[in-house]
Ligand binder design. Structure first.
Ligand SMILES: NC(=O)C1=CN([C@@H]2O[C@H](COP(=O)(O)OP(=O)(O)OC[C@H]3O[C@@H](n4cnc5c(N)ncnc54)[C@H](O)[C@@H]3O)[C@@H](O)[C@H]2O)C=CC1
Ligand SMILES: O=C(O)[C@@H]1CCC=N1
Length: 293
């Protein structure tokens, strides 16, 4: 198999869908695993092979691990014996540094750390990538091409991954809240709800495209909308009074801090595991010395 996916949930399935719709990888070349029968039934709908056995999936040439960070230790413990030195491992786990993943494998493994987002499902995702030194340029280029099938890709230094997890990984959540709130506002003004979601979502899509495609500063684009003594400025005044921008910045800070706390905990757990392994090997060599003596 070309690609194995362990944990085909919200993020894993979004990535698989993006990849399959591009044609870069064929359905017959993808296998995925889930923990429950219900989630396996969902994954089967993608038309790929599905297994309940992670070791089956870990034999693929390239392995995407998309389980929750809390499950990583268990999953990597299961698959480490079958992951070959030639296997390229991609992890999308938030707040989990490459070094922590290496500790969990307990040996040298080619690792790419990715931070995607769920709009990968509609091929409008944003993914950041970084890799350890064992990943060849050719393999890294393949991973970039893989995620490019799901949207835009940027290579970033690993310390930026916590910020990325916030600004693109998690941000769709509050953009959906914004769309929901905008639709509520339109409903309050008399618009039917279904129509309100279309108007709100298309406006957010259009505004995002304006930023990406005109290259203009968001402030300049805002000013283009805001007529002197017009209607928009009335809305902006209320948003400033209610601390709209400050709330977004503070919320994002909380999100990034959580990611950093998770990374610190994952690193500490890795150090404990390493210390335990060193202690075990110390005990073993003392025992061997004693036996020889
Ligand atoms: N949801 C999102 O927007 C984003 C998620 N991520 C990362 O993606 C990863 C997955 O998150 P979600 O897809 O949201 O979670 P999810 O709960 O939707 O999916 C996790 C999947 O893992 C499977 N699973 C659980 N234990 C397993 C095991 N022992 N063996 C095999 N499969 C197992 C479950 O069946 C489930 O399908 C996390 O590490 C998260 O940090 C990263 C960026 C964005
Ligand atoms: O909430 C989470 O932990 C994941 C990571 C980024 C988006 N969702």
């Amino acid at each position: 198999m070309k690609l194995g996916v362990i944990g085909a949930g919200n993020m894993g399935r979004a990535i698989i869908s993006g990849i399959l719709s591009s044609g870069l990888v064929n359905k017959n070349d993808v296998i995925a695993s889930n923990a429950t029968e219900a989630s396996r039934n969902e994954t089967v709908k993608l038309g790929i092979a599905v297994s309940g056995d992670n070791a089956d999936v870990a034999r693929a040439e390239n392995l995407l691990i998309a389980v929750k960070p809390a499950r990583l230790s268990q999953v990597i413990g299961e698959i480490a014996p079958v992951v070959k030195p030639s296997t390229l491992v991609i992890s999308v786990a938030a707040g989990t540094p490459i070094a922590a993943l290496e500790e969990l494998f307990g040996r040298q493994v080619q690792i790419v750390r990715a931070m995607p987002n769920t709009p990968a499902l509609v091929r409008e995702g944003m993914t950041a990538l970084c890799a350890n030194s064992l990943v060849s340029e050719e393999s890294f280029a393949w991973v970039q091409a893989l995620f490019a099938t799901c949207g835009r890709v940027e290579v970033v230094p690993e310390p930026l991954m916590d910020a990325v997890g916030t600004v693109s990984g998690a941000s769709p959540a509050w953009v959906y809240m914004l769309i929901e709130a905008m639709a509520d506002g339109a409903v309050r003004d008399g618009m039917p709800r279904a129509q309100a979601y279309k108007f709100a979502a298309q406006s957010v899509l259009g505004a995002a495209k304006m930023v990406l495609e005109t290259g203009l500063h968001p402030g300049a684009l805002k000013d283009q909308v805001t007529s002197p003594a017009g209607t928009t400025i009335e809305a902006l005044k209320v948003l400033e009074q209610r601390g709209f921008r400050g709330a977004v910045i503070e919320a994002m800070g909380a999100c990034t801090e959580k990611s950093r706390r998770m990374a610190a905990a994952a690193s500490a757990a890795g150090c404990q595991k390493k210390a335990g392994a060193q202690e075990d090997s110390g005990r073993l060599s003392s025992l061997l010395k004693a036996l020889k003596g």
